[in-house]
Design a protein around this ligand. Structure first.
Ligand code: NAD
Length: 471
């Protein structure tokens, strides 16, 4: 590297570090002034956010089209609609959630009032990924604002068009003391993480989550880590195979398989496998025609690097290509819908696939499938298709995952009264609805005491006597 260029990089880094420090200080000062914490301020900010989304839906969805070639109408359904619902949900519950809650007393505090106060945390950092580049910013942003915090957003540099759209739009609605976007990639993110935040919510992959957690530990900043993993699907012989196939295909090929909750692999018996493969092929053709490359509903891989990773796995797999509707095209970042019949040793059974390739593995039954899931890392979601309540019960009690949807995939995410988050390798912490409000709120224990009632407390005062210690 040329010395002058090196010097320039160092200077840019120093300048951005200074700018981030100034930005965080400005937000902290604003937060400490109390400007964000009243019910009125929180509602105003949420309404402004709603206005921002409504007035810029086209611009945001067109940016996602340029990043992922996803039909803007699908983006409205997948990323805009749920954000609006979330804001409305916050607006209608905020007043009661903010109220201090009374808790049960002990006999020693019979005359007192124990309460839990709901304090905002302060300056929140949201670091988001590229796969749902609107929702992965808005869904954590909404509860962070509802909880009375200021927010710095670091969008993914990989979904560059959407990142730029947010960078342009947010300053039109919010001053940077309240909400700011920091663009850039790993160097910017690394510099930003040197600052002290009051909460960090990161969405992405486990290796980077460790970097985030390490940086947060320097300031003892709490983190929420929303990660991915291999989400298993078990299809039992007693399931409605046609309906199962339709639901699995929808969830797998949505956003070209680049969904944290996408079915990663299927486990099915030898007996049911041919029917399931046949049904999934039919659904794929129904959804995307037999030439998905020309279908406007079929999205693309985000980048050449991600394309190359998937194609190199396709080169290495020993699985049988049960379904393959086209050939990969690097220029177009197109990988066809592909279903592989694989063994447990296959390369596709190692890491999260995050693409339009679905391995199907044979198991001897639900016990075998559960044992396989338990031997691996805990997934973000696990799915089972069956008519048997006993099998569902067994699956729910014997496996651990962030969530389970029975007889469908992904749909638990649409219920904002359910917590959303992982466990173990798929993450820590949760958000959505009240869980989101709680994540960005500090629950402060408060005990209010009157001046009377001293006799009740006499036991605590020295000098200690035998009769006091017996009480
Ligand atoms: P990523 O970690 O590469 O990027 C996410 C963000 O982290 C980006 O803003 C990026 O700039 C930043 N970043 C990357 N490396 C960094 C580093 N070394 N130091 C500091 N910051 C860094 O993740 P991705 O590839 O964008 O996301 C894909 C992953 O996200 C998948 O595993 C998927 O399953 C997961 N995901 C999870 C959820 C969820 O809610 N649980 C949702 C969407 C995606």
């Amino acid at each position: 590297i040329h010395p002058l260029l090196f010097e320039r990089i160092l200077l840019t880094k120093r300048l951005s570090t200074m700018a981030y420090n100034a930005l965080v200080s400005k937000q902290r000062e604003y937060f400490l002034s109390g400007a964000t914490s009243s019910l009125k301020a929180r509602k105003e900010n949420l309404n402004k956010l709603k206005q921002l989304i409504n007035e810029n839906t086209d611009e945001l969805c067109n940016a996602v089209y340029r990043d992922l070639r996803r039909d803007p109408r699908a983006t409205v359904n997948l990323e805009i609609g749920n954000a609006i619902v979330e804001i409305d949900y916050m607006l209608s519950n905020l007043a009661s959630w903010m109220e201090p809650t009374r808790v049960q007393k002990t006999h020693l505090t019979a005359l007192d009032t124990p309460l839990v106060y709901k304090d905002p945390k302060g300056v929140v950092l949201i670091i988001s990924p590229w796969n749902y580049p609107i929702a992965m910013i808005l869904l954590p942003l909404i509860p962070a604002v509802a909880a009375g915090n200021t927010v710095i957003i670091k969008p993914s540099e990989i979904s560059a068009h959407t990142a730029k759209a947010f960078e342009d739009i947010i300053p039109k609605y919010f001053n940077e003391e309240m909400m700011a976007v920091v663009s850039g990639g790993i160097p910017e993110s690394t510099a930003l993480l040197k600052e002290r935040f009051d909460h960090i919510l990161y969405t992405g992959c486990p290796p980077v989550a460790k970097v985030i957690m390490e940086a947060a530990s320097k300031h003892l900043t709490p983190v929420t880590l929303e990660l991915g993993g291999k989400c298993p699907v078990v299809v039992e012989d007693d399931a409605d195979i046609e309906t199962s196939a339709k639901r699995i295909v929808w969830g797998k090929w949505l956003n070209n398989g680049q969904t944290c909750l996408a079915p990663d692999y299927i486990m099915v018996s030898q007996k049911t496998k041919p029917r399931l493969l046949d049904a999934m092929r039919k659904v794929l053709v129904d959804f995307y025609t037999d030439e998905p490359k020309s279908s406007k509903d079929y999205s693309r891989i985000i980048s050449e690097r991600h394309f190359d990773r998937l194609v190199s796995l396709l080169d290495k797999t020993k699985g049988n290509h049960a379904v393959e509707l086209g050939v990969p095209d690097r220029e177009d970042l197109f990988i066809p819908p592909t279903i592989l019949d694989v063994t447990r040793e296959d390369v596709f059974m190692e890491d999260e696939i995050f693409g339009p390739i679905l391995p199907v593995m044979t198991v001897s039954g639900v016990n075998d499938a559960i044992a396989y899931i338990k031997a691996g890392e805990k997934p973000l979601a696990a799915y089972i298709f069956t008519r048997s309540e006993d099998k569902v019960k067994k699956f729910l009690t014997e496996t651990s995952s962030g969530a389970v949807t029975v007889n469908d995939v992904i749909m638990h995410l649409t219920v904002d009264t359910l917590p959303f988050g992982g466990v173990g390798n798929s993450g820590m912490g949760r958000y959505r609805g009240k869980y989101g409000f709680d994540t960005f709120t500090h629950e402060k224990a408060v005990l209010k005491r009157p001046f009377f009632g001293e006799s009740l407390m006499a036991v605590r005062y020295p000098p200690m006597t035998d009769s006091k210690s017996a009480q």
